[in-house]
Design a protein around this ligand. Structure first.
Ligand code: FES
Length: 139
């Protein structure tokens, strides 16, 4: 499943104009994976909002649970953006409503399918332990 949720407000986004780095940290294993995104060549928009953290993770081979397919209709793609959060689009009321359903929400919490960095700084994303446990229980 994927696509756009017709029931939520369209989000204005600033497109990256220069390469920037994203690091994904798996809270459960402590492992990390970094990738440099070149806005000229990196494919965007496969899942979630165009250029979302979830889309970037998918492209980089980093697994983040996403039960609704990236349409802001669950909270399973909850991550912590510990660096570069200010370079991302602001969370909408729809995203905030879904985050209310997520466990262990912090000021760094975002839904990865709705969070789009503008590329003006490097970004660090922590994938919570419980996200990994949900994935394991689903298999
Ligand atoms: S995948 Fe469901 S809200 Fe992000």
């Amino acid at each position: 499943m994927g696509g756009v949720n017709p029931y939520i407000r369209k989000v204005p986004l600033n497109r990256p104009v220069a390469p920037f780095k994203i690091t994904f940290i798996d809270e459960e294993t402590g492992t990390s994976k970094s990738c440099v995104l070149d806005p000229a060549t990196f494919p965007y928009g496969h899942i979630g909002l165009d250029g979302s953290l979830l889309a970037i993770a998918e492209e980089a081979g980093v697994e983040i649970n996403h039960s609704c397919g990236g349409v802001c209709a669950c909270s399973t793609c909850h991550v912590y953006v510990t660096d570069g959060l200010k370079t991302c689009n602001a969370a909408t009321d729809d995203e905030e409503d879904m985050l209310d359903e997520a466990p262990a929400v912090t000021p760094d919490s975002r839904l990865s399918c709705q969070c789009v960095p503008d590329g003006t700084a490097d970004v660090v994303v922590v994938i919570p332990k419980w996200n990994r446990n949900l994935v394991k229980e689903g298999h």
